[in-house]
Design a binder for this molecule. Structure first.
Ligand SMILES: [Zn+2]
Length: 99
């Protein structure tokens, strides 16, 4: 959570938005909640940052899927080389390449 409200002392409530590097203070909990709402609502830079942060796990997830699909595609479309497992057969160049 990059936003938090805490009480730092008597009549000193602090709201900090790490996304925007903004710190707001108020004298009681209700006022700090209002201050937070004012900061969050209709604040496009803040909204953009909050959205980007919320999307991070999704982006990682999609990247993971793309990676998995890539290796799976390699399995599907790169056929294994048709070579014998027996090394003696591999040395038989008449059959496995060369002349
Ligand atoms: Zn913010």
């Amino acid at each position: 959570m990059s936003q938090l409200i805490r009480k730092e002392g008597k009549a000193r409530w602090v709201y900090r938005c790490d996304l925007c590097a903004v710190t707001l203070t108020a004298v009681d909990r209700l006022r700090i909640l209002e201050a937070r709402n004012r900061h969050v609502r209709g604040n496009l830079p803040h909204l953009g940052k909050a959205l980007a942060e919320a999307m991070e796990p999704v982006v990682e997830f999609v990247n993971g899927i793309a990676l998995a699909a890539e290796s799976f595609g390699k399995l599907l479309f790169d056929p294994p080389k048709n070579l014998p497992h027996d090394p003696i057969l591999l040395k038989d160049r008449r059959k496995w390449g060369g002349r």
